[in-house]
Design a protein around this ligand. Structure first.
Ligand code: SIN
Ligand code: FE
Length: 289
């Protein structure tokens, strides 16, 4: 199970010696882990390390691709500082991804960048929203038709607290286990969700399956406890990258993390056959998008 993480000894955000085996590991659902990449916190940024800067009704603080800051409360000056911190991380993630996988560069679509100041250990949430349960990422409101969800994470805790994750089994094993239990897709229901504005576009059968797998995993407490898994502590300064629609993960504890989401079309991949869409399509033997 330790092979679900590949540690890359690089001390800079710019990778100057790419290795194809890292990329095939990434595309097969593994996590690429970089230790101690530099991210200096300036004196005036120290006030951001406080749960109170997040609005109580938000899941996190995020900066949209449009530059709009959401989920933060506080003075204009604090919000400005916050925006700069998030932008700095966005740019560094960009350096990392462009140099790590130059082939993805022209296709990478920047989605929101977030700062997560809450201590996740004791958060009370519904089982569906609870990321302390193993899951693959799937978004209820934003169908993606098989486009990949690529994420860059960084623990920036100022006091040496790890971000503790659990990593689950390979996507194919998950699909074999949960596909037989999922509810059948209904085009009519997808249409209603769209007309009511509950989804941003028409939910494809692929999106339906991914959500069902997400829910089936999270709601199965026996699976949560007994399925093959590995705990991993990401220390402050650690950066890790994965396709989170494929790599099963759960975030158990920690506070103060940065995260960048990208969307990546399948044609950007070295091996589109490794994608959840290809795998689910071959199991279903029909088009899912
Ligand atoms: C998640 O993507 O499930 C949450 C990651 C985290 O909060 O560490
Ligand atoms: Fe997740």
């Amino acid at each position: 199970m330790t092979s679900s993480i590949i540690t890359i000894p690089n001390t800079s955000w710019v990778i100057d010696h790419q290795q194809l085996d890292w990329i095939s590991a990434l595309e097969s659902g593994k996590i690429l882990h970089f230790t101690h990449l530099p991210f200096e916190i300036a004196e005036n940024e120290k006030i951001l390390f406080n749960e109170a800067i997040q609005s109580p009704s938000s899941r996190n603080i995020s900066l949209g691709a449009d530059g709009l800051l959401k989920g933060a409360i506080g003075e204009d000056e604090t919000r400005k500082t916050l925006k700069q911190l998030i932008l700095r991380f966005r740019n560094l993630s960009q350096d990392l991804m462009h140099s790590l996988v130059p082939k993805y560069s022209e296709y990478l679509k920047v989605s929101p960048t977030s700062f997560r100041p809450l201590n996740i250990e004791n958060r009370q949430q519904s089982w569906r929203a609870d990321d302390r349960r193993l899951h693959v990422d799937a978004f209820a409101t934003r169908p993606n038709y098989g486009e990949r969800i690529l994420r860059v994470f960084m623990n920036i805790h100022p006091n040496n607290q790890p971000r503790v994750w659990r990593l689950g089994e390979p996507f194919e094993k998950i699909a074999d286990q949960f596909l037989p239990r999922i509810k059948p897709y209904s085009k009519l229901q997808a249409k209603i969700l769209h007309v009511l504005g509950l989804t941003k576009s028409f939910r494809s059968e692929y999106d339906h399956m991914m959500l069902q797998i997400h829910d089936a995993m999270k709601s199965d407490s026996d699976y949560q406890k007994n399925s093959p898994q590995l705990q991993f502590d990401f220390m402050p300064g650690d950066v890790w990258v994965c396709f989170s629609d494929q790599a099963s993960h759960a975030a158990m504890s920690g506070q103060f993390m940065m995260e960048q989401t990208y969307n990546l079309p399948l044609k950007a991949l070295y091996d589109p056959q490794s994608s959840p869409l290809a795998l689910l399509t071959s199991k279903a033997r029909r088009n899912l998008v």
